[in-house]
Write a protein that binds this ligand. Structure first.
Ligand SMILES: Cc1ncc(COP(=O)(O)O)c(C=O)c1O
Length: 417
């Protein structure tokens, strides 16, 4: 049994930031001040780089219709609501929750400013004095929510998605009289992979546990599958539960608008009775400031664009992603990405220095997420590349050429046999 206090030091002790400190001193790609944006190009100092670190997967950050909707809403509502959600909600809020609920096909939804707010408040409220089971590759913010829940009296355990039997053992040994909540990423924030939700939901239902899934990177990208889907992403971008053909029975979906929808807002999909309970039990609903008006309006306009042009945008996104993945395959380079999502992690060859890679990427004008320890485990240090529908083919050509150069220097791992 993997009880967190014994085996999950990184989750509750502050891990060493030495590597991050060193890298920050060595590369201008950390803690950068971005002076200017032009499509998917950004300027840092006097250097223009192509931005492959953006999570704006559908290009909504640059969409003229969405920008205009935000401007109009700000003129009508002012820049910022002056109330916590419990006090008062501009009408934009119920409209968002209704449209989101319809899109997801969920029983109901509650929106709060960020996913971090949700993990730190909804997770403890759901688990109470029960047990939280966090998957080993889950996002740090889920661990933080689990750790906070533990501080309030819950038990915290860790399990690995590649060992569902371990999860069963943990569930079997946990007190069935208290809530048990099993947490993991939907589209994983580093590997880009989609978990086996049907199998995990079946285990949770069998053992009377809730499955709590954070699909920050999947919402807007993957969605329900059917005959009409133009890409393996499925259609409508209505997230991992629908993508995997699951219902919301005993499944809590968490997602965010700050990636594919380019707006500061997040959601949790729950039954209406739970939503009403959370309005009083989740502190950010009562005590935190709301999302800015521009974000609220951008979400509503994003729903319109998703309906009108979402499939077109996802087709472009998939095509650009597939080009990078095909290139990596042709080089025989390893990436954990198996599901063609636009999140491509590239761990470095053992012993290769991330600072050297960062230096080459900088000189070639390619901006990425540098994944040093403790952002990833020590054995997976490398970088992450993300595609968006706002990239161009020429930009992908350039990325592929730079990946070839890095591979020629021995920086990238060989594909696993
Ligand atoms: C899987 C996952 N969950 C949560 C977050 C944090 O989201 P937020 O900024 O809405 O708190 C991120 C951000 O990168 C993420 O990738």
């Amino acid at each position: 049994m993997t009880k967190a206090s014994a085996h999950m030091p990184d989750a509750h002790k502050v891990p060493s930031t030495d590597q991050l400190d060193r890298l920050r001193a060595q590369t201008p790609m950390y803690d950068a001040v971005i002076e200017e944006v032009d499509g998917r190009r950004i300027r840092i100092g006097d250097r223009w780089l192509i931005d492959f670190a953006s999570c704006n997967y559908l290009g909504f950050d640059l969409d003229p219709d969405i920008i205009a909707a935000g401007e109009a809403a700000v003129r009508r509502w002012g820049t910022h609501p002056g109330w916590s959600r419990l006090l008062g909600n501009p009408r934009l809020y119920p409209e968002i929750e209704q449209r989101l609920t319809d899109l997801l096909g969920a029983p109901d939804t509650l929106v709060l400013p960020t996913i971090t707010h949700i993990h730190m408040s909804v997770l403890p409220a759901l688990v109470g004095g029960g047990a939280v089971f966090v998957e080993a590759g889950a996002h740090k913010t889920i661990y933080d929510g689990g750790s906070y829940a533990r501080g309030l009296g819950a038990q915290l355990y860790r399990w690995r998605a590649d060992d569902p039997d371990e999860l069963v053992r943990l569930l079997r040994s946990a007190d069935a009289d208290h809530p048990r909540v099993v947490c993991l990423d939907g589209v994983n924030s580093m590997t880009g992979n989609i978990p086996d939700l049907p199998a995990l939901a079946a285990i949770c239902r069998e053992w009377g546990a809730l499955l709590y899934v954070d699909d920050a990177h999947g919402f807007g990208v993957i969605g329900e599958r059917g005959d009409g889907a133009a890409t393996p992403y499925g259609s409508r971008g209505n997230a991992v539960v629908r993508h995997c053909g699951q219902t919301y029975d005993d499944v809590v979906l968490v997602g965010g608008f700050s990636k594919a929808y380019s707006a500061l807002l997040a959601f949790v999909a729950v039954p209406t009775a739970v939503k009403e309970h959370l309005k009083l039990a989740a502190p950010p609903y009562l005590y935190s400031g709301p999302s800015p008006v521009h974000s609220l309006a951008a979400v509503l306009a994003g729903f319109d664009v998703n309906e009108a042009r979402g499939e077109q945008l996802r087709t472009v996104l998939h095509r650009l992603t597939a080009r990078v993945l095909a290139h990596l395959r042709s080089l025989d380079v390893h990436t954990p990405n198996r599901h063609q999502t636009p999140v491509i992690e590239l761990p470095l060859s053992p012993g290769y220095d991330l600072a050297d890679v960062a230096d080459l990427l900088w000189r070639r004008g390619v901006y990425v997420t540098l994944a040093a320890y403790p952002l990833v485990p020590r054995g997976q240090v490398g970088f992450r590349v993300q595609l968006t529908s706002a990239h161009t083919d020429e930009q992908v050509d350039h990325l592929n050429a730079v990946l070839t150069e890095l591979d020629g220097r021995g920086a990238l791992r060989r594909a696993l046999a």
